[in-house]
Design a protein around this ligand. Sequence first.
Ligand code: F0G
Length: 454
Amino acid sequence: MRTIIEPFRIKSVEPIRMTSPPERRKILADAGCNLFRVRAEDVIVDLLTDSGVAAMSAEQWAALMRGDESYAGSASFSRFEAAVKRLMPFKHIIPTHQGRAAEAILFALLGGAGKIIPSNTHFDTTRANVEATGARAADLLCQDADNMSSDAPFKGDMDVERLHALLVQDGAKVPCVMMTITNNAGGGQPASLANIRRVAAFAHEFDKPFIIDGCRFAENAWFIKEREHGQSGRTIVEIVNDIFACADGMTMSAKKDAFANIGGWLALNDDELAQKARTRLILTEGFPTYGGLAGRDLDAIAQGLSEIVDEDYLRYRVRVNEYVLERLIEEGVPVVRPAGGHAVFLDAGAMLPHILPLQYPGQALAAALYEEGGVRGCEIGSVMFGLQPDGAEKPARSELVRLAMPRRVYTQSHADYVVETILAVFEKRAALRGMRIVRQPQMLRHFTAEFAPL
Ligand code: F0G
């Protein structure tokens, strides 16, 4: 059949409250034009994030009841650990309450003033956790990614030449090499297995541990299967095993590719580093067999990990974004191509050339989408990345709006509605105005800053 359907049935539903454009205009003004400050019940289609918002399966809800809440050595931990190791065969699996807690522990141990941590692109929490230790987060993304309208298959690849140059020149300052799969901040674009292996080889040549931020590992593996030479006949689990076999550790947010509403982990092979990490874990998260999670959460993750590698699910998952993107491209809307694994990225910089980067075209577009159709997306541009650690402001490398798809939550008609909303705003794009910041915190300003239209 030609139509790729949602490979699930719906057994439990949540109502959506309909609102009108005038109502939303007022909500937006009251929220300082920051969609993070809008109440979820005032949103019609919520594409703010794909994090922690998945619909759990019947088997996951059943797994919650199996949760063993013992403080130490719970059966839930054993099931969680086995499920992770089946995919990512690391020696030490250390549960955390979410991804950034794993990052905070890792960089507390490896970061510090004067250090440099390279990656293809650090996501915002990763960058913030690196910078909070005084270290520098260096993004070494491949050049293919510069051209947003090309359909290059692996725009999440690291620029291995620049990595090599950095290791030769400043190797002593580099405590580890990182890679984010898929590259969230760069459009949800995947890295190839060949590139991951080359990065690992360079890291190891210089005796540096190679750490993968594996948040969307299953989507990345699907793209490898679909696009990389020689990979199409392999299973997703085989590809995932290969990706992580060349790493020395990983950070993970189970709120993405584990279908969980909360959770994460830090995995390491090095015994000494793992021991230090567990000591910090006890200080900040909890005992090493629960790490800031309830036993039932560990069971939901374990079950989720067995479902996320299902090829029918991954085919449908990626197809939703391709479908939305194809319709936008037909109408000439500037977008990041090809479609990402977890989101569609609109190129606000190209759509709104009359709005300067530091007048935040992405923020203006995100606000307009909300006002038009109650669709909530997220700016990924100069609001998110423009504020430097020294307080100065610098335009980001691109001005995007991310429309992230929660896993298994919305249907085809929701996707059609989102397209219709985007096209309506696109029609009026010349009338959109930039924004100025009225109030902001010193870091991670996109979550709480208040804006006013210019
Ligand atoms: N790494 C990546 C690539 C992420 O996308 C995220 C979270 C994290 C780390 C941190 O994980 O939220 O569990 O602490 N991204 C979410 C998003 C917030 O909307 O993209 P966390």
